[in-house]
Design a binder for this molecule. Structure first.
Ligand SMILES: *Cc1c(COP(=O)(O)O)cnc(C)c1O
Length: 241
């Protein structure tokens, strides 16, 4: 990276942090309450390190292979590393012991696989339960009516700690649409919080990305996952027919 690129990255991070602070204050909340997770997919180790140098303290990856490659290159040294993507049970073994939080536990089966792997290592793995708030058939995540059962089973696992909820609402053309989904998520979050289950700590409500994080914060998110606004647009692979 050139000095110019590093300086632009610093400016973008600062701008995102300021927007988060403004959104928090607007909602009558303390900006310090909001955790910014830099979604670093498709950005190499050098870019991740530069982001950490510029003040990023939490990184989120969404592909196991990519995480492992960058991990080997010490990309995340000095930051907290979390997993935010779709996870297959056979890949759980690569993450336990490396990530502080697995945000995307969208099925009981996946939760159980994580619990088993963590127990093997004598660890307790923090997780968020992912809700398929838009009820999209192609997306992973628990439906709201499946949440109670998942909590009931997974909170009994000593090698797991449920730390909150995560959601990725459908891609919306207008922010107002996501407002409904985000509000619904907050309602579910508060419901679970009020029930005060043992071994369930509703610390995090993870929702909001580049296009909608201010709306998410207005609706009660205290963790936002931001990629594009930090690193710039991702170079998507063009698949020829
Ligand atoms: C890529 C990604 C983000 C960030 O998306 P942007 O729109 O680039 O901010 C957030 N959450 C998950 C799960 C992602 O994969």
């Amino acid at each position: 990276m050139t000095e110019q690129e590093k300086s632009e990255l610093r400016d973008r991070i600062k701008a995102v942090q300021e927007r988060i602070a403004r959104a928090a204050e607007h909602a009558g909340r303390d900006p310090k309450e909001i955790t910014l997770v830099a979604a670093s997919k498709m950005n190499d180790a050098e870019h991740v390190r530069a982001a950490i140098d510029a003040g990023i303290s939490v990184c989120g990856e969404n592909r196991v292979q990519e995480l492992l490659e960058k991990y080997e290159q010490h990309a995340y040294d000095g930051a907290d590393l979390q997993f935010i993507g779709t996870l297959q049970t056979n890949k759980v073994k690569y993450l336990v012991g490396k990530v502080s939080l697995i945000q995307s536990v969208g099925s009981i089966r996946l939760g159980e696989a994580i619990a088993k792997e963590a127990a093997k290592h004598g660890l307790q793995q923090d997780i968020l339960l992912e809700i398929n708030i838009g009820r999209e058939p192609a997306k992973s995540g628990l439906l709201i009516e499946e949440l109670e059962e998942a909590i009931g089973l997974l909170r009994q696992k000593e090698s797991l700690c449920i730390r909150g909820l995560m959601a990725i609402p459908p891609i919306a053309d207008e922010t107002s649409k996501n407002f409904g989904y985000f509000s619904e998520m907050h309602q579910v979050f508060v419901d679970i919080l009020t029930k005060k289950y043992d071994n369930v700590n509703m610390d995090y409500l993870s929702m909001g990305m580049t296009n909608d994080f201010e709306t998410a914060i207005a609706c009660g998110a205290n963790m936002v996952r931001i990629g594009t606004a930090i690193f710039g647009a991702r170079p998507y692979q063009i698949v020829s027919p």
